[in-house]
Design a protein around this ligand. Structure first.
Ligand code: 8YV
Length: 320
């Protein structure tokens, strides 16, 4: 009998077709958002599940779904997985590394540029019909080229951002990470390891690219923001919860830092209401990996993990 898999969210039609060639598939092309209880119900009798960041797989789910053998996340981040519980339950976990690195780094840079050069704020001004003359300091922002780029978290995406900054924009690149990169990688990135305090104090543009874990919860809060330059910008393309959004909204309002660019939020898709009232923030709805080729490559890799593991016993990008 063919294995049963559940696709928890809408997917590209060709990925659905591919999975249907190999499995009995229950899909969700209407893209309904299931509660955890509904997810458990849908998972009954399924050996595999295709998840996105919005399905939490934890001990409760695992305990209620004894047939489940693999969860294939269409995301590189996997904070929606309780990996330890999955390993204990003997359930394979996979993610989608590499295929989104360059696209996500492009977006990180787009957000650095948009934030430093006040693109969202000035567009809102123009659309509101307020542009009636030139002024010497109108939407004067900060330079990106030649400035100091700080990177918190230096995995694949952090390194791709560093290369863009160092080699494309002539930036001084500093980073803070749990471990130091090897010398050739550091040289290729043009990046220097510093302490977290030095990173906060020296960065003109600070970008967060670290995984969300209990240790990185509120890694940037009021105390950290207070150490940054008043002219600095902060960019979060990692995960909501790494920044204390309430503290950030207050810091933006009070000019503790100049501006922020945020693609991820605590409790998204809900936003801290104060972020909507401060002008000096660029807000995007978690789209850093969103180009069609990259999203297709992510979906293909998640599907390949299901096929590889359930049919041939080997996942392509296993986490456990
Ligand atoms: C996903 C992401 O779009 O890969 C990640 O970790 O944050 C995004 O690329 C999102 O998680 C949906 O699965």
């Amino acid at each position: 009998m063919r294995p049963h898999v559940l696709i928890a969210r809408a997917v590209f039609p060709q990925i659905l077709t591919l999975l249907e060639q190999h499995f009995e598939v229950t899909s969700n092309q209407d893209d309904e958002l299931w509660t955890p209880a509904q997810l458990i119900e849908k998972l009954q009798g399924k050996q595999g599940v295709f998840t996105t960041g919005s399905q939490r797989i934890d001990a409760t789910v695992l305990g209620s779904c004894p047939d489940l053998k693999i969860c294939a996340n269409m995301a590189v981040g996997y904070n929606n997985f309780d990996l330890e519980a999955m390993t204990t339950a003997g359930v394979k976990a996979t993610n989608t590394p590499d295929v989104l690195t360059e696209t996500t780094a492009d977006f990180g840079f787009a957000l650095i540029m948009a934030t430093a050069r006040r693109m969202a704020e000035s567009e809102r001004f123009l659309r509101a019909g307020l542009w009636n003359r030139w002024r010497y300091d109108m939407f004067a922002g900060s330079d990106v080229h030649g400035s100091t780029l700080g990177i918190l978290g230096m995995g694949r995406i952090g390194q791709a951002i560093a290369r863009r900054g160092a080699h494309g924009f002539g930036m001084k690149v500093i980073y803070h990470n749990r471990s130091r990169l090897d010398a050739p990688t550091e040289a290729a990135c043009g990046a220097t390891l510093v302490s977290k305090q030095e990173l906060l104090q020296q960065s003109d543009h600070l970008i967060l690219v670290l995984p969300y874990t209990p240790e990185s919860h509120h890694a940037i809060g009021a105390a950290e923001l207070a150490q940054m330059k008043p002219t600095a910008t902060l960019i979060n393309i990692a995960r909501g919860g790494i920044v204390d959004d309430a503290a950030l909204a207050l810091a933006l309002k009070n000019g503790v830092i100049a501006a922020a660019g945020l693609d991820v939020f605590e409790g998204e898709p809900a936003l801290h209401p104060d972020l909507l009232t401060v002008p000096n923030v660029v807000l995007t709805p978690h789209i850093a990996s969103a180009t069609l080729p990259t999203r297709l490559a992510m979906a293909q890799l998640a599907a390949d993990n299901l096929i590889g593991f359930l049919l041939h016993g080997k996942a392509v990008t296993a986490l456990n």
